[in-house]
Design a protein around this ligand. Structure first.
Ligand code: AYL
Length: 542
């Protein structure tokens, strides 16, 4: 009886209460139980912070954001950082100061950063010395003049024209009373990541404290939680290789695991050897992954049973995983591992469903987490029953308030009775167990990262020789998918694949690059002018 008479799939787990506090208070709620424990540590340098240090430095940072940088309640701060041990300090400090954190991928180009800064109206940017020049270029493009805070991870980095993070965290004499004036409540937006949703360009996803706290409590349900309790004598170590700038890393690894007192082992730059070495060195027993990482651990020569010996629980999410790849990984471990799968979206903070402990069905994404209802509908929005495939809809406290300043996208993304449309095609079995079958939306996922076709199409159309373009995702053996472009040249114009590919590469992060380009005479479109992506896929990608 997972299915109601109205064909709604209910969570098999008991409802949970959502604590009434801000995300900031939620994360630090247990601080006095483990002040001396390590909160975060860099996997390659060993630099890190205890919980008490992290709290104190972050608290001073918060006061200085109010005093020196005049941050006000609800101001947006762009955070463009890789996974460094300081990431939680930066984020929680901004939240404590009443700000909203908008994360940016640190491999973004100035073109991509500029777009996001303009759309989110940031008042401040936090980045590494290494990426200050990209940010400066982006600010120039955006005609913005806002302060840049640089987080130095080694003493020598050049940081001209920036404010140093450590100067804002270390002056102990700052007057903290300004923090009493912060007026933020559970329903206020506190995190603003970007997602393209079902169609178009990346949009700001408005997540409140309540959304994220709800999701932390949902994944803390005894049958689905992935970690062991922190005690006098025990602390789990979680490998933070998935980026904190993405909601999966932010909620599931950073916010939730810090609220539970785990040790975050941060890896700033992904190198298979460093990653594998750190798994052993820090005895990380908990690991969150996306499919390409599973594939790597199943095939890399250094991924031995010895290297993998401390892993107890591995949870995959962000893109579909082939069961054969999961099995190859188990072969490498040479022992039984608690391996599970989660499903969700940036718009849902992110977790919608998870496989509970002991459910060995690696093709499924499990059951809806507590307080979460699902529905599967056909193209006329009629509800379907068990084992029928259709679009998956979600209702629950983790669903975003909406896309920032985008009435049209919000109208398209929610039904009138408040269901969020995921754009994924799924089915549920009699027990309510969900399997993701396909993607209805145009979004492409490369290594679990979003690649919105509309973004690449807009860049292609800026090329002087191109009159029209369309981009679709095609299966890729290691990345999951990769973008393939269809290009229509202006009559009398010439351009080759390399020229076009280079033109795009200059403007986008490496994982969005296109090297598969096909010239065609016209892009198939509907009478309303929408690109018929299915037609392109069926005609050219089989
Ligand atoms: P976004 N299997 C298949 N597709 C998936 C899966 C999965 N397990 N998880 C996510 N997707 C796809 O916003 C799906 O198309 O968030 C979905 O609409 O970058 C899209 O990715 C959302 O992409 C976890 C672990 C959620 C990870 C996440 C993923 C968040 C990705 C819950 O426990």
């Amino acid at each position: 009886n997972a299915w109601t008479q109205d064909r709604i799939i209910k969570s098999p787990f008991a409802n949970i209460e959502i604590p009434n506090c801000t995300l900031y208070d939620y994360v630090w709620q247990n601080l006095d139980k483990w002040p001396e424990r390590t909160a975060s540590v860099c996997a390659t340098t060993g630099r890190g912070y205890t919980y008490e240090q992290a709290f104190k430095l972050s608290n001073t940072f918060a006061a200085n954001l109010r005093i020196k940088l005049k941050l006000k309640d609800g101001d947006i701060v762009a955070v463009m950082l890789p996974n460094i041990p300081d990431f939680p300090l930066v984020t929680l400090g901004i939240l404590e100061a009443g700000g909203v954190v908008s994360t940016i991928n640190p491999v973004y180009t100035s073109h991509e950063v500029h777009r996001q800064l303009v759309v989110c109206d940031a008042k401040l940017v936090v980045t590494l010395p290494e990426t200050v020049s990209v940010v400066k270029e982006a600010l120039k493009l955006a005609k913005l003049n806002i302060p840049i805070i640089a987080v130095r991870t080694n003493g020598n980095a050049v940081t001209e024209g920036t404010i140093l993070f450590n100067e804002l965290t270390e002056d102990v004499h700052v007057d903290k009373s300004c923090l009493k004036q912060v007026r933020r409540s559970i329903n206020d937006i506190c995190f603003l990541p970007y997602s393209s949703g079902t169609t178009g360009l990346p949009k700001g996803v408005e997540l409140s404290s309540k959304n994220i706290i709800a999701n932390c409590e949902q994944i803390n349900e005894p049958r689905i939680r992935a970690h062991n309790e922190t005690t006098e004598t025990h602390q789990d170590a979680v490998m933070a290789v998935l980026p904190f700038f993405h909601i999966y890393g932010a909620t599931v690894i950073m916010f939730h695991k810090m609220s539970q007192g785990l040790k975050l082992v941060t890896l700033a730059k992904f190198q298979p050897e460093d990653f594998l070495e750190a798994l052993k060195k820090y005895k990380t027993n908990l690991l969150f992954v996306a499919p390409p990482l599973v594939l790597m651990m199943a095939s890399h020569p250094a991924a031995s049973p010895e290297t993998l010996q401390y892993l107890e629980t591995v949870i995959n999410g962000a893109a579909p995983l082939a069961v054969t790849d999961a099995n190859r990984f188990f072969d490498r471990c040479k022992r039984k591992i608690d391996f599970r799968q989660g499903y969700g979206l940036t718009e849902t903070s992110p977790v919608v469903s998870l496989t509970p402990r002991g459910l060995e069905n690696y093709g499924s994404v499990g059951y809806p987490v507590p307080n979460t209802e699902l529905k599967i509908v056909d193209s006329d929005m009629k509800s379907l029953g068990p084992n029928e495939k259709g679009e998956l809809l979600v209702r629950g406290p983790q669903v975003m308030r909406g896309y920032r300043n985008n009435v049209q996208a919000n109208t398209e993304s929610f039904t009138v009775d408040g269901w969020f449309k995921t754009g994924d095609i799924a089915f549920g079995d009699d027990s309510g167990m969900i399997t993701i079958f396909d993607r209805l939306k145009e979004l492409i996922k490369v290594k679990g990262y979003q690649v919105p076709p509309a973004e690449l199409e807009a860049i292609l159309r800026e090329h002087p020789a191109i009159i029209d373009a369309a981009v679709v995702g095609v299966p890729h053996p290691t990345k999951g998918e990769s973008p393939k472009a269809f290009v229509v040249l202006r009559s009398g114009n010439k351009a080759n694949v390399k020229e076009i590919s280079d033109f795009v590469s200059e403007k986008v992060a490496p994982y969005k690059r296109i090297d598969d380009i096909v010239f065609i005479d016209g892009i198939p479109k509907s009478s309303a002018g929408k690109i018929l992506r299915r037609v392109l896929k069926e005609e050219f990608c089989k």
